[in-house]
Design a protein around this ligand. Sequence first.
Ligand code: KDG
Length: 339
Amino acid sequence: MKTLIRSTLVATMVALSLGAAGSAFALDIKPRLIRFGYGLNEQSNQGRAAKVFADEVAKASGGKMKLRAIGAAALGPDTQMQQALIGGAQEMMVGSTATLVGITKEMALWDTPFLFNNAREADAVLDGPIGRKVMDKLEEKGLVGLVYWENGFRNVTNNARAVTKLEDMEGMKLRVMQNEVFLDSFRTLGANAIPLPFSELFSALETRTVDGQENPFNTILSSKFYEVQKYLSVTNHVYSPWIVLVSKKWWDGLSNDEQKVLLDAAKVARDFERKDTRDEAAKALADLKAKGMQVNDLPAAEAERMRHKLDGINKSISANVGQALWDETQAELAALRAK
Ligand code: KDG
């Protein structure tokens, strides 16, 4: 009798642990572990949103899915994590769309100088059909894009001089993200553009390997660039999104319910991240001034000169991403601006 009870118990445990395909969650004893890599530190806007994302996943899955947020490029720079996702060695990450251009050329659309005038336009295009269309191009390369988060409008810092006019960029050794559009854009503006991974940026600034860099206020603050940079010139020369990515190899093995948990949690974290980033950015300028940075606004007329100087970049971007996508984006922006 005892044997019968024991074997029935074992059979029940095995059946429960296997779960039915497509069921909410396979009733495994241990939670499904997800490594979620990111490049900034835990105290940054990116790190805070990663924690919200992890909490949301645990809550929505009843503890059956555990997302481990691993920051400060501990799993490598964006490009290395992207390859790890494609190979299935890592499950998820959040990083720059700019570092994805080598994998999916359409991501270069988001590197277009002065593309968005404000966050309203950025949210509308990124969360709308055009943002989705660009994301869908990732799948054939082994990546799944869930949502866009906000890195923000980028501004120039350096140790040589305040950038008050186009000519001030001349000859400046400026670190840029590893991306042809950023390289071409800043070379066109006269800078000596030097591509480096984010994880090497602080030491490059500290050792004067480069004069300057460009990033949103939030990153300048959270990465303590104010310790090694004197001038901050508010140029708002491009809006940078981050993108939450999943390994397609891994994603395709999830149940529909598990996929829904991740997508819904990523959206909750996105909405938190955008508000948190904007709230922090609104205060960051005062904080950076208080920490000793010399801040100046690039005059509108000089921004206009930069835009015109970069017209040729737009032509190469439209050729790269496809004229139809470029035209659709311009039309969407014109419609938003007419409202
Ligand atoms: O992992 C760091 C990336 O998120 C990157 O986007 C940060 O803007 C960045 C930069 O300048 O590399």
